[in-house]
Design a protein around this ligand. Structure first.
Ligand code: BES
Ligand code: MN
Ligand code: ZN
Length: 496
């Protein structure tokens, strides 16, 4: 599907479908009012009849409406005008695309860019409209033997603008599409099963990105990691026959003197729990345990496609977490790359064990900031559900920057406390500390564990266990937090 922007007067363009918004209480948007004039009050009569009340996401498809050039007219409910949020904006674009995709229309024009969404400008609205449209048509069919029956006729979508919106809308569209491509990659990787999406597969994906966007890529093998003393990472990998990989991607388009932002993504391609085996129900969902890694690859893709002038390093520790005769046992003590010793009291707390060595490895890049992304704890899901990601940081300014990026991108996080008092829960009788801190504040003690490895730089940690994927009937990867991370980098690049 192709997207473009064009200044269009509602009703004048001969497209397969024109979509306009209607607020709750049957209040027409500006575009709808213009259309009503063109149709000499037809629209008003339809609204008065009560078939479109303006509820958010509701749609009404009309055909051969008099006085307008497009063959179809789609009314899309926007909900209450005063509550028209970023989320409502994306939902209404999604509703429009879904409704049009069910018809035979091959092209469509969406008149949504004029809508007021908080204090966001036209560039943001175009960016988010493009993202929402692409997210809506996303399908994961790689693993089906035949392509699905439903074929979509819709080929071209024009995001209608006003006159003279010019250059900023072009940037909005380019950024929206690049973001959507990054989200799409993260979703694909998350949705792929553990027998396909292995550590080696992730490494291949990184190599492909590197080839396509001319990035530097380096994949460390087991022996390389052993040389570096990455024993906590290797202790997780040792139960699996799949070789672990430490994947490093370098995108350098910023000034040479500028220190890079480093993203570190948890890449557990399947988490059985290891010897501390997880219960069987829903264990399939642990294929998403590489979502942090997926979000790093997705963000690198988006940033490279946008050609943002930043320096960005992606580091992905990738491994399976399996039980077996070689697997790490509860009580085993391992020495991390940092030299600190860890008592592995629960082999299911493996994310922190692979991240800590990757975080130590990150030091060599003298980073401006490090952000790690991980489906780290069930406790974070209990605390925050599937709505916001958990954010922890050793630097308040960085935390604020990450939060702001999340708000702007409508991919929010919530700042949780990383206080020293919680560190006591990681006490070990036998090693420097343990890898678990008991039931209370499980998301926080996991972050406290990581904090012991990130003292040399500004660091933020995103626990995306609840936000990176959805369970239930519509289970699947969400691509979060690619929007947040990409926005963070757009802002750092000064491109907004
Ligand atoms: N990958 C899981 C966290 C997780 C759980 C993500 C549920 C998504 C949904 C992680 O490796 C894990 O198993 N964490 C344990 C930690 C515990 C043993 C301290 C958990 O949360 O139960
Ligand atoms: Mn686990
Ligand atoms: Zn895990």
């Amino acid at each position: 599907m192709e997207f473009s922007i064009k200044p269009l007067v509602p009703g004048r363009n001969a497209s397969g479908c024109a979509a306009v918004g209607i607020y709750a209480g049957r209040k027409p948007s500006t575009a709808a009012t213009l259309l009503d004039k063109a149709t000499k009050g037809y629209l008003k009569r339809v609204l008065e009849r009560g078939d479109m009340d303006g509820r958010l996401g509701a749609t009404l498809m009309l055909h051969d409406v008099p006085g307008i050039a497009s063959t179809r007219l789609l009314l899309v409910g926007l909900g209450p005008k005063a509550e028209f949020s970023a989320r409502a904006f994306r939902r209404s674009v999604a509703a429009a695309i879904k409704a049009i995709a069910r018809t035979g229309a091959t092209d469509a024009e969406l008149h949504f860019a004029e809508l007021t969404v908080g204090r966001h400008d036209i560039e943001w609205r175009i960016m988010q409209a493009a993202r929402a449209a692409r997210e809506t048509i996303y399908r994961f069919e790689q693993m089906k033997s035949k392509p699905s029956e439903e074929s979509i006729a819709l080929r071209r979508v024009v995001l209608a603008t006003g006159k003279g919106d010019g250059k900023r809308t072009a940037r909005g569209l380019a950024q929206g599409l690049a973001l959507a491509h990054g989200i799409g990659l993260a979703r694909d990787l998350g949705n792929l099963p553990g027998n396909v999406c292995t550590p080696a597969y992730l490494a291949d994906q990184a190599r492909q990105l590197a080839k396509h966007y001319r990035l530097k890529v380096n994949v460390l093998e087991r022996a390389d990691m052993a040389k570096l003393g990455m024993n906590t990472l290797l202790s997780v990998a040792q139960g699996s026959s799949q070789p672990p990989k430490l994947i490093v991607l370098e995108y350098r388009a910023g000034p040479k003197s500028q220190k890079p932002v480093v993203l570190v993504g948890k890449g557990v391609t399947f988490d059985t729990g290891g010897i501390s085996l997880k219960p069987a129900p829903e264990m399939d969902e642990m294929k998403y345990d590489m979502s942090g890694a997926g979000s790093v690859l997705g963000t690198v893709k988006a940033v490279a496609e946008m050609k943002l002038p930043v320096n960005l390093i992606g580091i992905i520790p990738a491994t399976e977490n399996m039980p077996g005769s070689r697997a790490t046992k509860p009580g085993d003590i391992v020495t991390s790359m940092s030299g600190q010793t860890v008592e592995v009291l629960n082999t299911d707390a493996e994310g922190r064990l692979i991240l800590c060595d990757a975080l130590t490895y990150a030091e060599r890049y003298e980073p401006a900031a490090v952000i790690d992304i991980a489906t780290l704890t069930g406790a974070c899901v209990i605390a925050l559900g599937h709505v916001v990601s958990g954010l922890f940081s050793n630097d308040d300014a960085l935390a604020r920057e990450v939060l702001a990026a999340g708000e702007f991108a409508d991919d929010s996080a919530w700042h949780l406390p990383l206080r020293d008092e919680y560190q006591e829960q990681l006490r070990s009788n036998f090693a420097d500390f343990a890898n678990i801190g008991g039931r209370p504040a499980g998301a926080i003690t996991a972050a406290c564990f990581l904090a012991r490895f990130t003292k040399k730089y500004k660091w933020a940690h995103l626990d995306v266990a609840g936000t990176a994927w959805k369970s239930g009937k519509n289970k699947g990867s969400t691509g979060r937090p690619v929007p947040l991370l990409t926005q963070f980098l757009i802002k750092r690049a000064g491109k907004r």
